[in-house]
Design a binder for this molecule. Structure first.
Ligand SMILES: [Zn+2]
Length: 471
């Protein structure tokens, strides 16, 4: 099967030129002007952008959390992702406390076998317990199996939170095995006290989700993780940075040349804490963690994305239905499962309000949603770029296509949209994964199973293009 994408504006993190892309057997084989080749399928991309498929390194599909399970499985979640131009995601395979990492992975492989993905999927391991079922020795073996990132939670006390001993041991192991450590950075002990005090005082409305998680608790934990990772000698990736207090320690570390990286998520750029303050418990839709912050943080986040203090935008897609799962009027904020949806609208929102407003260049946009996550998570250069030998994960992006974002038209199972009613101009027209057309003209073309599990490379190593593996 060969595909010729003709006459589009090919944009990667580094380049921007008009040309053709010729795809054979799932990989990019030729790039150039007016290529003289015949192909099984020809896509006219005149007037369109040809972008590397986006990589979402932060999703929670079919995850049991807060007494319930996220409402997208690996089929519905990846279909929704594909419609938004995402062609690879890395989901969190969570270790249930008291069980082994092997059991956790087996459980997640069973999930993608039962609800087959339409885009490629990798796994981070969520480390919750190094004492009982899990062990450092077992953790050390995971990078050789293509699971090259360890996620630890410094929050959610009594659930998945780890203490500093576990955090530091995980970091030491990562330094030895070539894994990247990812942290959810909030001071879970302090938050636990503040939440209990608020609830005891009768404050149970959704707005108290933000009031009980002050930004300083995120800043403190971020700084702690940054310093400990430097001592341990491992690379560190801080997930869902939401506020100035956590941007600052990351900026300082990067100034010193430390291996410190930060992501923010689409929602933190657009939704502020006032969204939690709505009548009838509807604010529960916005109970995700860290919480939506005071509005002034949004300018700090945009600035950090522009000057490379933050270098990835992910979604933290963690969908629960409202009100069925997120709670009804009269319930209390502290029992609402934390998480919000957004897997489909990351590129729509970032293109509309980043690129079209001039806040981000087209190259930087590609870097934030595709190239950098591919680099940090051991997928580059097979993913994250359009180059000879790369997987033909490609988005033909129509910069003039108009769309109104809505739960009534998105493809996730979740029944609300954080950006409901937002008009955007610019959306995917054709989405390919390894040369297969997955989405075309707003229709799903691929069957579940079009996506594959990806074994990722270790930190600092490249993921060899598939053609070289076969050779
Ligand atoms: Zn998350």
């Amino acid at each position: 099967m060969s595909v010729l994408i003709k006459g589009g504006r090919i944009v990667t993190a580094a380049d921007d030129y008009v040309g053709d892309v010729f795809v054979e057997n799932g990989t990019v084989s030729l790039l150039g002007e007016s290529l003289d080749v015949t192909a099984d399928k020809v896509i006219d991309a005149t007037g369109k952008y040809v972008l590397p498929g986006a990589v979402d390194p932060h999703t929670h599909l079919e995850m049991f959390f807060g007494g319930t399970t996220t409402c997208d499985d690996f089929t519905s979640g990846t279909v929704s992702a594909a419609f938004g131009g995402t062609t690879t995601l890395v989901d969190f395979c969570m270790q249930a406390p008291g069980t082994s990492f092997g059991q956790a992975l087996e459980n997640y492989f069973e999930k993608i076998d039962r609800a087959k993905p339409v885009i490629d999927v990798g796994f981070h391991i969520g480390v919750t317990d190094l004492r009982e079922g899990g062990s450092l020795e077992e953790l050390a073996t995971l990078p050789d199996q293509g699971v090259t990132s360890y996620k630890v939670f410094m929050a959610y006390k009594g659930a998945v939170m780890v203490d500093d001993e576990t955090l530091f041991k995980t970091m030491r192991t990562a330094a030895e095995t070539g894994a990247l450590v990812m942290v959810h950075a909030e001071n879970g002990d302090a938050i636990d006290i503040i939440v209990k005090e608020a609830v005891a005082a009768g404050h149970t409305e959704p707005i108290w989700h933000a009031r009980t998680r002050p930004p300083e608790t995120e800043g403190e934990a971020t700084n702690r993780a940054v310093q400990l990772a430097h001592v341990a000698g491992c690379p560190l990736y801080v997930v869902h940075v939401s506020c100035r207090e956590s941007i600052e320690p990351i900026a300082l570390a990067r100034e010193k040349g430390w291996d410190t990286y930060g992501e923010t998520c689409t929602q933190y750029l657009f939704i502020d804490e006032s969204a939690l303050d709505q009548p009838g418990f509807e604010g529960a839709k916005y109970i995700y963690t860290p919480p939506p912050r005071a509005k002034e943080n949004q300018e700090h986040l945009w600035h950090a994305l522009r000057n490379d203090v933050l270098s990835v935008v992910s979604t933290d897609h963690c969908p629960f239905k409202w009100p069925e799962q997120k709670g009804h009027a009269g319930e209390a904020f502290q029992v609402v499962p934390n998480g919000g949806p957004g897997i489909e609208n990351r590129l729509h929102m970032l293109y509309q309000f980043g690129v079209r407003t001039g806040r981000l260049s087209l190259n930087r946009f590609v870097e934030l949603v595709s190239t950098n996550p591919a680099r940090y998570f051991g997928l580059y250069p097979r993913k994250g770029t359009i180059a000879p030998g790369s997987d033909a994960d490609i988005v033909v992006w129509d910069p003039d296509k108009k769309l109104t974002l809505s739960a009534s038209t998105h493809h996730s199972n979740v029944n609300y949209n954080l950006f409901e009613g937002t008009d955007v101009t610019g959306a995917p027209e054709v989405v390919l994964v390894r040369g297969q057309v997955i989405v075309e003209n707003d229709e799903l073309v691929a069957q579940p199973g079009a996506g594959q599990f990806v074994k990722r490379a270790k930190w600092g190593e490249e993921l060899t293009p598939a053609e070289k593996v076969m050779a």
